[in-house]
Structures are given as C-alpha cells and as structure tokens.
Design a protein around this ligand. Structure first.
Ligand code: CA
Length: 229
C-alpha cells in the first residue's frame, strides 16, 4: 500500500482525511505538527505523497514543504490551503509543491487529486524509456526525471517535470490549457484551468532567463501555451 503523509493539526479534519485515504486503499501516516511531519518523513523514506496543511502551530506548511524538498525527496506534495488564502499569494509561497486543495474539500475531491498525482508519479516511472529529450539548451532525462539547462541541473517538482516533458515532446505545437491539464494531471481530473497557469508561471521562473519575456514557454493568447524554441 502506498504511504501518504497527512499533516494537519486539527484532529477532526485529520481523521476525516485519514479515513477517506484508507477507504481508497492508501496507508496514511499522521502528523499533527510540522516537526512531527519531518520526523515521519525521515523515518519513512517510502512515503509517496504528502498532504500538508498550511496553518500549523509550529512551522508552517510551506516551510515543511521546503524542508522536504531540501532533503532531496521527490514525493508528491499537495498543500491544503484555506479559502481565505488568495491563490496568487499561495502560489508565490508554494515552490516545491505539486498541487493544492482548498478547504473545505469533499472526500471525493481530495481522493481525485491524490489518485491523479499518484498515478502520474507511477505511470511516468513505468513507461519512461531511456530516451533523453533535447531542445535548445535543455536536456530532459526521463530515467532520472531530471532537467538540465546549459549543463546545470534545475530543481523541478513532479508537475513541473511533467510539464517540461509535455512541452519538449511537442515542440512548436500550440496546446490549450484543457489539453495541458488532461495530459499532466490526468483526463479525469476536473481541476481548474488556473492550476495550469499557476504551474507554468512557476516553471518559467526556473527555466526562463527573463520570466516576464518568456523565450521558451510562450503564451498563445486566449488559448494556451507553446514550446517556442
Ligand atoms: Ca491548520
């Protein structure tokens, strides 16, 4: 069973999430504080995905996410954010996370997001051949799931990696936000199109020399994006 870390200080929300994950065939690992979550991550290197609440009594969820990534972990990370947190502010802080779910969420919504990310992490590992993709200064290696620009390794989240793979496999092709959402998050993921914009904005910061004048991921106005190189 795949292990999923559930970091949430409110015990009723935590139990609700844990029950639903168990029902979906996952093995939840609970943490009530940031410190406890980091200890559990250390003790369970096989955790495949983490659900991180943002507001906690000790360390905030973004900091926990940053520390998990700093440890080199490639687990999937979904932030649990409050509705009052403006999504643009959240994304600014969300470096390293793959997705977010806004509270209050339904069990179906949460499991759909978890399933989609777990599936993407899994299938990509299975069917990724050994073929490097090269485009301009970029080299994407599906085997190690790494991206280099001018020989320098760039740190990407799983979602950012999948976006890069999609772009580099489709050079010059205009892709709608719906297409991108379906390809990266899975066809049955009824996410918001804004999720695509948010992740591309973060990816541009990592790969573009000037994210305000993108050279590689260009905007196709009123439609979507294109790998412009
Ligand atoms: Ca909380």
């Amino acid at each position: 069973m795949k292990k999923i870390l559930v970091m949430e200080d409110e015990s009723n929300i935590r139990s609700f999430v844990v029950i639903n994950l168990r029902r979906s065939g996952y093995e939840p690992i609970e943490a009530a504080t940031g410190t406890e979550a980091l200890e559990k991550v250390k003790a369970n290197p096989d955790i495949c995905l983490a659900l991180l609440d943002v507001m906690l009594p000790d360390i905030d969820g973004f900091e926990v996410c940053r520390r998990i990534r700093a440890s080199g972990s490639k687990m999937g990370i979904i932030m649990l954010t409050a509705k009052s947190q403006e999504i643009d502010k959240v994304t600014g802080l969300m470096t390293g996370a793959d997705d977010y779910v806004t509270k209050p969420f339904s069990p179906a919504e949460l499991t759909a997001r978890v399933d989609a990310l777990v599936r993407r992490l899994g299938t990509d590992e299975e069917d990724s051949g050994n073929n490097e993709l090269v485009s301009g200064p970029f080299v994407l290696n599906p085997r190690n799931r790494t991206l280099e620009k001018d020989g320098q390794r760039l740190k990407l989240t799983q979602i950012e990696y999948l976006l890069m793979k999609l772009f580099m496999e489709n050079p010059g092709k205009a892709m709608s936000r719906e297409d991108i959402l379906a390809a990266v998050w899975g066809g049955d993921f009824s996410g918001e199109l804004k999720t695509v914009d948010v992740n591309i904005r973060r990816l541009r910061i990592k790969i573009e020399s000037d994210p305000t004048e993108p050279e590689y991921i260009t905007t196709v106005w009123g439609y979507g994006y294109k790998w412009g190189y």
